[in-house]
Write a protein of this length. Structure first.
Length: 377
């Protein structure tokens, strides 16, 4: 029993034809079948809300994600990442701030060392009119068409659950079922194909503790263990996703909208075994660039004050890209002109790294300089 309390591992078994789960009690498992059940739909919504308010992580069983499509994507990823660095770098365009194509790692917010990983960013294939309207970059594809086809199929497979989860999350915060879908219509669905090489150096981890900057994230099973989430007690809990399930976690934008009532899940990925590499697929669900992420009045009333900034999706995303060192000079200048950093300072949520980047580029406002002086004194 002590081990069960310490580790979050999903052991699925069948009782009377109903999938059940035995796991750490602080992180519930919810059943997708309940969402479609008239008699149990409210239970699905209640459990989803509870999970988002405590840890920000929940496992969804009976998802019916096609394991063959997922396996094909992993095989294609393994083939791509095995290529020489020079070939992979052909799919890298620094001007896109890491939002498309190949990226040679990143540094988690607040960290001083890069993660031990490499990844590839792919979005939905939008019509040119939509890409132009919202200033979305086109996908960058390697010469190997099998990678392209595998990732496109996986996006289509995971994307079919986006509207369902958006509807459930909207209900769970007491809004109309299309509340979040109205934000994400033509929003950025960003698939990250990640490779974690075996045996990271002793002073690095695969992915340092971080939160996601999106509304919410969908994570199907990975090829190896290593994902951990911090529970309400501050303990790191192991997460293993079975074949017929995926994980949903709340991101910073959903946390912002709910004024912190929903928790943006703190998680990390660590190497647990020698000579074992890991591949994972992560789908980040974003609103449109200029959509407001302001805390809803009812959540401000619930907390008693506004704890999060009145900002747009792009302003939150740009600050994170600057914090991660994935920004271009043009993006930094655009962020400075938006005035978003002052709004984040107002609620004590501004990134120190982002403020330093503004100062180094002579783009810092007096309140940025004052805040940095307090940090550095």
């Amino acid at each position: 029993m002590k081990q069960l309390r310490k580790f979050f591992v999903l052991f699925l078994f069948i009782i009377s034809g109903i999938a059940q789960a035995k796991l750490d009690a602080t992180i519930p498992v919810i059943d997708m079948n309940d969402y479609y059940s008239k008699s149990r739909h409210h239970i699905f919504i209640q459990d989803l809300s509870k999970a988002m308010q405590t840890v920000g992580f929940v496992a969804v069983i009976n998802s019916k994600v096609d394991p063959k499509i997922l396996d094909t994507a992993y095989h294609a990823a393994q083939y791509f990442y095995a290529k020489p660095a020079q070939q992979k770098s052909k799919c890298q365009k620094p001007a896109l701030n890491g939002q498309r194509g190949y990226v040679q790692s990143e540094m988690a917010k607040g960290q001083l060392q890069k993660d031990y990983k490499e990844f590839y960013h792919i979005s939905r294939e939008y019509p040119e009119q939509i890409r132009t309207q919202y200033n979305y970059a086109a996908n960058i594809w390697p010469e190997d068409q099998s990678f392209t086809l595998a990732m496109q199929q996986l996006i289509q497979e995971l994307d079919q659950y986006t509207a369902v989860i958006e509807s459930a999350l909207s209900e769970s915060i007491g809004e109309k079922s299309d509340f979040l879908t109205n934000m994400t219509r033509h929003g950025d669905f960003l698939l990250r194909s990640i490779h974690y090489p075996a045996n990271p150096p002793t002073d690095t981890v695969w992915a340092a503790a971080h939160t996601d900057i999106d509304l919410f994230t969908i994570l199907p099973r990975a090829t190896a263990e290593g994902l951990q989430v911090k529970n309400a007690q501050g303990e790191w809990i192991d997460v293993i996703v079975p074949d017929n399930a995926f994980i949903i976690n709340a991101g910073d934008m959903l946390q912002n909208i709910t004024n912190g009532v929903y928790k943006s899940a703190v998680h990390r990925v660590i190497s647990k075994n020698k000579n074992v590499e890991r591949y994972s697929m992560v789908a980040f669900i974003h609103p449109r660039p200029d959509d407001r992420m302001d805390p809803l009045p009812k959540f401000i009333a619930q907390i008693g004050s506004r704890k999060f900034a009145n900002v747009t999706r792009n302003e939150l995303l740009f600050e994170r890209l600057i914090d991660l060192g994935l920004h271009s000079p043009a993006l930094l200048e655009q962020f400075a002109k938006s005035g978003a950093i002052s709004k984040l300072i107002e609620v004590n949520r501004a990134s120190q790294s982002a403020m330093k980047a503004l100062r180094d580029a002579n783009l810092a406002t007096p309140d940025v300089l004052l805040k940095l002086k307090k940090y550095e004194s």
